[in-house]
Structure formats: structure tokens, C-alpha cells
Design a binder for this molecule. Structure first.
Ligand code: COD
Ligand code: ATP
Length: 199
């Protein structure tokens, strides 16, 4: 069973591309979502997060305080490195368990979606990598629409914490162009056919 990774900068369209693969019946692992899930549900990790970032890491109801953590981590490289070092190993193990379960079900391939596939080293768990690409102004406009609580400066700060698009493109096996010039669906159909044939 092929393991395909999908990465790309903030707002490039990873989640939209993954929704298309899901429609085609492909199992998709969403690393951002699962990262938040393990942060909320793994009691050892919760304790480590509280120790590292203070009791504010969770609100009074025990819910992960994403706004607080985003402010702390996206404005301080040392804090972001600390957060990544705590969370990424859990996500790596969680993905392995999920991938093994998918294996039993006979799918020709599966997908892992992650903003930080190269940065976190998790590309090593995968056979092929797709980078979704859109120019920065397009990504900024899309994220401002999607996340009304984020400012243009917040987005630039996050962009500055991610690997450059050039490097992600040069390390990818495939590129999905998701600007306003190329149609996404035909590109996804082509890759799906290739992965099924390679199976
Ligand atoms: C700091 C957190 C709580 C902020 O949550 P919030 O809901 O405000 O933002 P969200 O998760 O949607 O992230 C916004 C965008 O920032 C980017 N991003 C997320 N985590 C990181 C990171 N560690 N480094 C760089 N960029 C990141 C992604 O493009 C993402 O879509 C959250 O991003 C988090 O827990 N990050 C650490 C876990 C992680 O690395 N996840 C990403 C890959 S597994
Ligand atoms: N081709 C497109 N045309 C118009 N809007 C798009 C297109 N692709 C994505 N979008 C929109 O842009 C926003 C960002 O897309 P998406 O959430 O898929 O990006 P992402 O790469 O998963 O971002 P993040 O790293 O922040 O999670 C979404 O609101 C999505 O609906």
C-alpha cells in the first residue's frame, strides 16, 4: 500500500485537495487535526504542555487554548520548537497506528496531510510527496477569508516559520498547482490514476 504525503504552505489548499481524494475513496490522515486531538486527549502530553507553557495552555473547561498557544509559539522560535518537539512524536505514532489499520482494508493507497511534512521529518514515513502550491498573495487572501481572527501579519509570521515554497517544491515528487490559473480536479484525477496503477 503506497503512503502519499501532501504538504504545502498555509492556505495553499492541502485540505481542499485532500477532500477531493476522499471523494475518490482514499483514506486521508489529517495531521493538524490529529495533533490537536492528541494534545487534548493524551494525559501525559497534556501534563507536558502545561509544564512547558503554563496552565493557560488549557482553559477552565480543560479545552486546548489554541489562541494562546498560537500567540506564544508563532511569535517565538524557541517556544515553537518546544511545542513541535512535544507534539510531533505523538502524531508520528498515531499515524503509524492509523496507517496499519488502513492496510487491513485493502485500499491501494493512503494520504497523510501535514503542513510540516518535511520540517517534522515525517516525510520519512511516506513513499511519495505531493506539494500543493499557490502564490503567497493568493494564500493570504484565502486565509483571511477562511480565518477571520487572523491578520495579514499573523499569516506572514506563520509563513516565516515554515520551509520556503521553493524548497518544498524541489523536494516534492509531484506538484498540485492550486492558483487561480490551473484547475485542481483534473490534476487530482491524474495523480489518483497513477497511484492506483502503481499499486
Ligand atoms: C499552535 C496551534 C495550537 C494553533 O492552532 P490554530 O487553530 O490557531 O492554528 P492552526 O492549527 O489552524 O494553524 C494555522 C496554520 O499554521 C501552520 N502551522 C501549524 N502548526 C505549525 C507549526 N508547528 N509550525 C509552523 N506552522 C504551523 C499551518 O499551516 C496551519 O494550518 C496549532 O497550530 C498547533 O498545535 N501546532 C503544533 C502542532 C503542529 O505542528 N501541527 C502541524 C503539523 S502536525
Ligand atoms: N482553488 C481554490 N479556489 C478558491 N478557494 C480555494 C481554492 N483552494 C482552496 N481554497 C480556499 O482557500 C482556503 C485555504 O485552503 P485550505 O484550507 O485547503 O488550505 P491548507 O493548505 O489546508 O491550509 P492550512 O495550512 O492553513 O491548513 C480555504 O478556505 C479553501 O476553501
Amino acid at each position: 500500500m503506497l503512503r502519499i504525503g501532501i504538504t504545502g504552505g498555509i492556505g495553499s489548499g492541502k485540505s481542499v485537495a485532500c477532500r477531493l481524494f476522499q471523494v475518490l475513496g482514499v483514506p486521508v490522515y489529517d495531521a493538524d487535526f490529529r495533533a490537536k486531538w492528541v494534545m487534548a486527549h493524551d494525559s501525559a502530553l497534556r501534563a507536558e504542555l502545561e509544564q512547558a507553557f503554563g496552565p493557560e495552555a488549557f482553559d477552565a473547561a480543560g479545552v486546548l487554548n489554541r489562541g494562546y498557544l498560537a500567540k506564544v509559539a508563532f511569535n517565538d522560535p524557541a517556544q515553537l520548537a518546544r511545542l513541535n518537539a512535544l507534539v510531533h512524536p505523538h502524531v508520528g505514532r498515531d499515524f503509524e497506528q492509523w496507517a496499519e489499520a488502513q492496510q487491513q482494508q485493502g485500499h491501494p493507497y493512503l494520504i497523510k496531510e501535514a503542513a510540516l511534512l518535511f520540517e517534522s521529518g515525517s516525510y520519512r514515513q511516506l513513499d511519495r510527496i505531493i506539494t500543493v502550491f499557490a502564490p503567497l498573495p493568493v494564500r493570504q487572501a484565502r486565509v483571511l477569508l477562511r480565518d477571520p481572527h487572523r491578520t495579514a501579519d499573523d499569516i506572514l509570521a506563520i509563513v516565516g516559520k515554515q520551509m520556503s515554497e521553493e524548497e518544498k517544491l524541489s523536494r516534492a515528487d509531484y506538484v498540485l498547482h492550486n492558483d487561480d490559473q490551473h484547475l485542481l480536479i483534473p490534476q487530482v484525477l491524474k495523480l489518483d490514476a497513477a497511484f492506483r496503477q502503481a499499486h
